[in-house]
Design a protein around this ligand. Structure first.
Ligand code: IPE
Ligand code: IPE
Ligand code: MG
Length: 254
């Protein structure tokens, strides 16, 4: 069983045409606006993070229902360490908690979990738990959930460059493919669609290399309110885009 089966078994092959258009194989989400969502309810920002965590399950299920194969979620950036210590600890604690409570279910639902970001900078217990979740779910062939935690696009590029230098690669052997191999988890394609919630139009250091030709979509909805209908709107917007990758459309007259 996959996580999509819990609702309706309408999964489409990635990249296929659905009745509503073309489905992105990889959707990457900047889950923004938890704090503002809570503040608007006179609640502490931490309540927003709890609601945001809750929302991941429903969005993941719907993405799989719609035929998406990879979902990357931006959960904690390398710059988020600058937040008040209490909020940072809360976010680390929330991840630790959810690894304990959610991973079993995700595994049962055939979700493959991957991590993207600097694992070594996280508390050792937490990085061990993340590695265990990745290992446990490594053979699953449902949707792949890539959790970007302690992730920064610039840090990732610098780390890739360091590893390449350490491997002794010569400058003339270095190309975009060898560079790309050092970055995203192996086998994960570049995102087709990058979604940002809560009305911002900035990338905030997310997937800088991988999003070179991603379609960008921003919605005013704060992350805790980004529901199935919002997912559908984002996919609909994607299906109406004309991707050209620097070329010209094949059916276009000269
Ligand atoms: C996104 O919500 C979650 C994280 C960055 C961890 P925010 O916490 O950024 O919420 P706003 O943007 O302050 O409303
Ligand atoms: C991006 O959101 C990081 C995550 C969603 C984890 P931020 O809230 O940190 O980004 P800025 O500060 O608005 O650019
Ligand atoms: Mg924010």
């Amino acid at each position: 069983m996959t996580i999509a089966d819990q609702k309706q078994p309408t999964a489409k092959a990635p990249g296929s045409k659905s009745p509503r258009g073309l489905i992105p194989a990889h959707v990457a989400i900047i889950m923004d606006g938890n704090g503002r969502w809570a503040e608007a309810r006179q609640q502490p920002r931490t309540e927003g993070h709890v609601a945001g965590l809750e929302n991941i399950r429903r969005v993941l299920r719907h993405l799989e229902n719609r035929g998406v194969s990879y979902a990357t979620i931006f959960a904690f950036s390398t710059e988020n360490w600058t937040r008040p210590q209490g909020e940072v600890s809360f976010l680390l604690e929330l991840l630790a908690e959810s690894l304990k409570t959610e991973v079993g279910d995700l595994h049962e639902n055939n979700v493959r979990i991957l991590h993207q970001g600097r694992l070594a900078e996280l508390p050792p217990e937490l990085s061990k738990e993340i590695a265990a979740a990745v290992e446990l779910t490594s053979k699953n062939d449902g949707i792949t959930l890539i959790v970007a935690f302690n992730y920064g696009g610039r840090a990732e590029i610098v780390d890739a460059a360091k590893r390449l230098i350490e491997s002794g690669v010569s400058a003339d052997k270095l190309d975009e493919e060898s560079f790309a191999r050092e970055m995203s988890p192996p086998g994960v394609p570049d995102p087709d669609l990058v979604v940002r919630t809560s009305g911002e139009f900035r990338i905030s250091n997310f997937l800088l290399w991988q999003s070179a030709y991603s379609e960008f979509y921003s919605t005013p909805a704060p992350w805790p309110e980004f529901d199935e209908a919002e997912v559908d709107k984002a996919i609909e917007a994607f299906s109406n885009r004309k991707r050209k990758f620097g070329g010209i459309l094949a059916d276009r007259p000269e």
